[in-house]
Write a protein that binds this ligand. Structure first.
Ligand SMILES: [Zn+2]
Length: 216
């Protein structure tokens, strides 16, 4: 599956928040189809710019730009920061780049979500408050059935799983609307890693739901 044109357009305009950018960057890195769709979406803006009459920028603007470039932190500052995200995680470079923009550096604390399934909240966007969550499931395990209280987007980083929408493999992007319910089951031949963007915590059923209501 691929992100919708609406999501790609928002990404092109700079509207996507950090968790969504991380997911889309991760998908775009491996999807030629979406990269072409994205360049087609950004092309009209480029054409409009070209059509504008050329006018040299004032000297003062150049001076200001030069000063800004000189005062920018060295490129390796960002590389160092991204290395502070746990390097044992299978995160594509594009995702690490996005995470590096979040301060303070992320700390990974795993929580158990069921037998063989765990998750870690990476970061919340300071403006939209949406969260970026990493989920790891061992081969053959299921994430407990849950209701998406808000829209949820998901990128498969490694391995694969099956739910009511079919099978999803590494690089696949899914958008689950608020109100949808699923119970993903990881492939039997290997672990699955996913990145998830969500605005509100999912609601679990059964004893997990009870526990969730008790602690919230
Ligand atoms: Zn795609």
């Amino acid at each position: 599956m691929h992100p919708s044109e609406e999501l790609l357009a928002g990404f092109a305009c700079g509207e996507a928040d950090v968790p969504r950018r991380a997911l889309l960057e991760g998908h775009l890195a491996g999807c030629d189809e979406c990269r072409s769709a994205l360049s087609a979406l950004t092309a009209p803006g480029a054409v409009l710019l070209k059509a504008l009459a050329g006018e040299p920028p004032p000297d003062e603007l150049w001076d200001r730009l030069r000063r800004q470039v000189v005062s920018m932190p060295a490129a390796d500052t960002q590389a160092r920061r991204s290395r502070e995200v746990d390097d044992g995680l299978p995160l594509p470079a594009a995702v690490r780049g996005e995470l590096a923009s979040i301060l303070p550096p992320c700390q990974v604390t795993w929580r158990r979500l069921g037998r063989g399934v765990r998750y870690a909240s990476f970061a919340a966007d300071p403006v939209t408050k949406s969260s970026l969550i990493l989920v790891h499931s061992e081969a053959g395990r299921s994430v407990p059935a849950h209701l998406h209280v808000s829209d949820e987007e998901l990128l498969v980083l490694a391995g694969g799983f099956t739910d009511t929408h079919g099978r999803h493999e590494a690089g696949g992007f899914m958008a689950y609307p608020a109100g949808s319910i699923h119970q993903p089951r990881t492939d039997g031949d290997g672990a699955c890693w996913c990145l998830v963007r969500t605005e509100k915590p999912n609601r679990f059923f059964g004893w997990r739901g009870w526990l969730q209501r008790l602690v919230s």
